[in-house]
Design a binder for this molecule. Structure first.
Ligand code: BES
Ligand code: ZN
Ligand code: ZN
Length: 502
């Protein structure tokens, strides 16, 4: 789908979308269209439930007195209360609606924003961004005969007072959307085609954007002492990999500053290993590489918009399989930091992968802060459902910054506590640590976070458990069902607000 921006004027063809504010008050352009059509818009509103509230939408076909083939009225609510996510949702809602109607071109007029705090060029770019996010489809495995429901909409033009400004803002947003799409692509890909080495190949594609990509194979990891990660992968015929991606976008004095680091769990398939998972639903474990997918998409977004910051992204890629060579419950492995770990459940593998990835990252790069993302625990879905990711941190300021970014972009996080009492639960009687807690079934996500904390040293660190967020079974305005790309927008915003321009 293509996007364009223009000054405000009546289009000669295609579909036209115009705003209506709370209490059915027309925008200037909606008013003009109403007059040109002899009051059709007003009559249509009277005979419907449309109130001009956010999310309200009404379609009028082949109106007399206009060149366009349909007019869509969309509700904006009070113009003092419009947020960035409202505008993105509007763009997304228009895309799904118009694809159902069979429209090919649409011009969205954004006028009457008046007292809205968001500048109109910003608002226009956000509508296009939301539309772009909603236009994503994962169709590579559909043969042509099967894909009869091709989206009809090919072009959206957003009209506002200063279209040149909107065009400029949209450039960065489009780069972010490309990052989100990369994450969605990776998360949707099945495990017979996406395994550690092929995932690493996808990362290499980022070199064309200026990202430095380095791949550590099993030999290298063995020499580094990464026994925790390697133990998880040892039951798979696929070789484990660690990928290090670096974007050095800071200029001047900042360029010598320590990088900020993102670390991702990349379990390309999680059968549970010898502690095998139940069969029903196991196919979902193809997206157990969601953390690594988000880190990779984030690197693409940051490089794509040439973010002025030094970032390192590290992902641990493995496949957790049961096999004659697989790790057993009761095995003891040694992680890169020298700590020994008793494996009590081979299905608690993500924390083992992250243990070595986190230690390696802080040891080699001494980052200013380190944030990991992982589809780590089923327990986080019990706690927070699919509305917020779980946030854990050893640093209040960092946790606050991530929370703020989430509020702005509409990708929520909710912080859970950590303390010594939970940390005690991962102490093993015969090794330094054990990979599941002793406290029965309670607080599984917190106990997992305490395990990770053993591998972060003194670095300000946050862990985001995205098990409930990486995949969605229902559509929302800007996120079609499937791989969501959750976390790319969140962390892009976090980077922009806290590490650029300082
Ligand atoms: N990948 C799973 C967590 C998960 C579950 C992600 C459901 C997405 C949806 C993880 O490796 C796992 O199996 N965790 C276990 C931990 C337990 C053995 C302590 C879990 O959550 O049951
Ligand atoms: Zn598991
Ligand atoms: Zn897992």
């Amino acid at each position: 789908m293509k996007f364009a921006f223009s000054e405000i004027s009546l289009p000669k063809r295609g579909s036209l979308a115009v705003p209506v504010y709370a209490g059915n008050s027309f925008s200037p352009m909606a008013e003009e269209v109403n007059t040109l059509t002899g009051g059709v818009l007003a009559r249509a509103l009277e005979t419907s439930r449309f109130k001009g509230n956010k999310g309200d939408i009404l379609e009028i076909l082949a109106p007399n007195g206009l060149d366009v083939s349909r007019v869509i009225l969309f509700g904006m609510g009070e113009n003092t209360e419009i947020t960035q996510t409202d505008l993105e949702d509007l763009g997304g809602t228009l895309v799904s609606r118009l694809n159902k109607s069979g429209a090919r071109n649409v011009t969205v007029i954004l006028d009457g924003l008046g007292e809205c705090e968001i500048k109109d060029s910003d608002a226009a770019a956000r509508v296009a961004f939301g539309a772009k996010l909603a236009s994503y489809q994962f169709t590579k495995y559909k043969s042509e005969e099967e894909s009869a429901s091709e989206p009809s909409l090919v072009r959206m033009t957003v009209a506002c007072k200063t279209s040149s400004g909107a065009r400029k803002i949209f450039q960065d947003l489009e780069a972010i959307a490309e990052g989100v799409f990369m994450t969605r692509d990776l998360v949707s890909e099945p495990a017979n085609t996406l395994y550690p080495e092929s995932f690493a190949d996808r990362c290499k594609e980022l070199t064309s954007l200026g990202v430095e990509v380095e791949i550590l194979d099993e030999d290298k990891m063995r020499r580094l002492g990464m026994g925790a990660l390697l133990g998880v992968g040892q039951g798979s015929i696929r070789e484990s990999q660690m990928v290090v991606m670096r974007w050095n976008g800071a200029s001047g004095k900042k360029s010598t500053r320590k990088p900020i680091a993102f670390v991702g769990k990349g379990v390309c398939f999680d059968t549970g290993g010898i502690s095998l998972k139940p069969g029903p639903g196991m196919e979902e474990m193809k997206w157990d590489m969601g953390g690594a997918g988000t880190v990779t998409g984030l690197m693409k977004a940051l490089a794509g918009r040439k973010a002025k910051v030094n970032v390192v992204g590290v992902i641990g890629l493995v496949e957790n399989m049961p096999d004659g060579n697989a790790q057993r419950p009761g095995d003891i492995v040694t992680a890169m930091n020298g700590k020994t770990i008793e494996i009590l459940n081979t299905d608690a593998e993500g924390r083992l992968v992250l243990a070595d990835a986190l230690w390696y990252t802080q040891d080699r790069f001494e980052p200013e802060i380190m944030i990991d993302l992982a589809t780590l625990t089923g327990a986080i879905i019990i706690s927070l459902g699919h509305e917020n990711a779980g946030l854990f941190s050893n640093n209040d300021e960092l946790a606050g910054q991530i929370f703020e970014a989430g509020e702005i972009v509409g990708e929520g996080v909710w912080r859970l506590p950590m303390s010594k009492a939970y940390a005690k639960q991962v102490k093993s009687p015969i090794a330094d640590l054990q990979n599941i807690g002793t406290g029965g079934r309670g607080a599984g996500s917190i106990v997992a976070a305490e395990f990770l904390k053993e591998f972060v040293g003194e670095t300000p660190w946050a862990h985001i458990d995205i098990a409930g967020m990486a995949w969605s079974k229902k559509d929302t305005p800007t996120v079609p069902k499937g791989g969501t790309g959750y976390g790319v927008r969140l962390l892009d915003r976090f980077v922009r607000d806290n590490y650029e321009g300082k």
